[in-house]
Design a protein around this ligand. Structure first.
Ligand SMILES: [Fe+2]
Length: 422
């Protein structure tokens, strides 16, 4: 039996978030079991990263290091990246190709199915030392995660209580994955971003369409994303995943000028780029949607900002430190010019991105400001209180409440007690 962690959520609609949830190390410890090793599906990698037999990569589920590989029969496997002997990190490389995994510590060798194949000096030397007679290497297998792929996106779970992957994702998310992965992709590269903030603050950030047009001057000023544009936030039936979307060029001047009045540091119509080519949207879909930020609980964001495509994986380090792992991709049939365009637009995001740099900074500044205010609460009322549902405007933060409704369910936090918000 797990102990119920103690935390007060004063309103049943999750319109108050206790700051302790971002700061308390005991809550973070509990999250590793109840969320990352609980009945959730965690993004692991893209199929396109492992095209050949023997390809492998290192990833993480929450804080647990995980190894993903393609076996000789083309099947995919995911294991805890830990030797069964004495707990050594089995594989230290980020990515590669190998017929087996050999632990650097004592050279125990595992095949691509995670089965122990060899131990050096099994019979010792001259009849002395070595393994006991009843040691059977057939009984030693790496700790394997259950995995399922959809449209080349690989998810894993530690729990045998997880719903089937497609039920977990739901039709709204599946629609977006179908749209983004409508043809084979190829990997363009990676970036890694260390953020000194709690992993949930990043989940809040990507479920907050409102900030996108208010924090990011590049977005608002150059029109890639403004609150005055057509857009919204679609939620799945349980509110745990979110799809923020917009269509550039749909705002009229009057609404924009009125809405952004007095915000010269966000929207400044006098600013122009000498070379506008980076802002170009080359239409790739039968709709007018030019930005989709799809956030799947608990650890991944799929991004389409015009022609810039990537996954952002959330990896936790501690209660106040996380890493974002960015995997940039294009389509396998892109020509050189399109690849160049996607790489230009990749500068919008990532650790030094014209837009995303501000998100990392915002997460860190929230963490700093709330650390000694753990008995206080964030107020989440933009977009309305009460029922958590799909939003037809970008001026909303309702998806954050959706995230915490599922989070509290998994963590066993009672919500809506009669405690008063401070
Ligand atoms: Fe942002």
């Amino acid at each position: 039996m797990q102990n119920e962690p103690q935390l007060t959520w004063p309103t049943s609609d999750l319109s108050r978030i206790p700051y302790a949830v971002y700061c308390d190390p005991t809550i973070y410890e509990e999250e590793q079991d109840r969320i990352f090793r609980g009945p959730t599906w965690n993004y692991l990698a893209l199929d396109a990263e492992l095209p050949k037999k023997g390809d492998f990569l290192s990833t993480k589920v929450g804080e647990t290091p995980v190894l993903v590989c393609r076996d000789n029969d083309n099947s995919l496997h995911a294991f805890v990246n830990r030797c069964m002997h004495r707990g050594m990190l089995l594989c230290r490389e980020r990515q590669g190709n190998s017929p087996n995994f050999i632990c650097p510590y004592h050279q125990w060798t595992y095949d691509l199915k995670g089965q122990l194949r060899a131990v050096p000096f099994p019979k010792g030397v001259n009849g002395e030392g070595g393994l006991p007679k009843d040691f059977d290497r057939k009984n030693i297998h790496l700790h394997e995660l259950k995995i399922e792929s959809y449209k080349g996106v690989i998810f894993g779970t530690f729990s045998n209580k997880s719903e089937p992957l497609l039920d977990y994702l739901g039709p709204e998310v599946i629609y977006e994955i179908d749209r983004l992965f409508h043809k084979p992709v190829h990997i363009l590269g990676y970036q890694r971003q260390r953020i000194f903030g709690n992993w949930k603050l990043y989940n809040d950030n990507v479920r907050d369409p409102n900030h996108g047009g208010l924090l990011h001057m590049f977005h608002a000023t150059f029109g890639l994303y403004r609150l005055s544009q057509k857009g919204g936030a679609k939620l799945d039936a349980r509110g745990r995943h979110n799809i923020t979307w917009n269509a550039l060029g749909t705002d009229d001047e009057k609404t924009t000028e009125e809405g952004y009045e007095g915000t010269k540091n966000v929207y400044n119509a006098k600013f122009h780029l000498k070379d506008m080519s980076m802002l170009q949207n080359r239409t790739e879909h039968d709709d007018d949607v030019t930005l989709v930020i799809l956030s799947v609980f608990p650890n991944v964001v799929f991004q389409q900002i015009s022609n810039s495509l990537c996954t952002r994986q959330i990896r936790t380090d501690s209660n106040n430190r996380m890493e974002l792992y960015w995997t940039y991709f294009g389509y396998a049939d892109d020509d050189e010019d399109m690849t160049r365009h996607r790489l230009d637009q990749a500068n919008l995001v990532g650790p030094g991105g014209l837009i995303s740099m501000e998100d990392g900074e915002a997460v860190e500044l929230v963490q700093t400001a709330v650390q000694r205010e753990q008995d206080k609460h964030a107020t989440v009322e933009i977009g309305g209180k009460g029922k958590i549902k799909t939003q037809k405007s970008l001026v909303t933060e309702v998806p954050i409440r959706g995230f915490y409704s599922y989070y509290c369910e998994l963590m066993g936090f009672p919500v809506g007690s009669d405690a008063t918000a401070k």
